[in-house]
Ligand binder design. Structure first.
Ligand code: FES
Length: 94
């Protein structure tokens, strides 16, 4: 499945975010795609406070999510792709 529109520019792709299908812009990192749809929260800390991408370059680990069952994926370093399943609620993401 192509992530690009007929014009060659990145188009919308469908991912599953916490069990809900969502359309997000393709051609960027998963963290950027989540921010673009106003769903920036990627995990919660041990006190339950929401966390989101901070450094954007793979250093802070604030943006970790579970992708297709794999925990602790830094969403700022993960290209968004059609069909990916993203979980921001799992214990392993804390
Ligand atoms: S935003 Fe810092 S590691 Fe992803």
């Amino acid at each position: 499945m192509s992530d690009h529109s007929p014009s060659g520019r990145p188009g919308q792709v469908t991912i599953t975010l916490d069990g809900v299908p969502r359309e997000v812009p393709g051609g960027r990192s998963l963290a950027a795609a989540l921010i673009a749809i106003d769903e920036p929260v990627t995990r919660h800390d041990r006190a339950g406070r929401p966390r989101a991408a901070y450094c954007g370059m793979g250093v802070c680990f604030e943006c970790t999510v579970t992708v297709d069952g794999a925990p602790l994926i830094r969403s700022c370093q993960e290209p968004v792709r059609a069909g990916m399943s993203v979980d921001t609620t799992g214990e392993e993401a804390r």
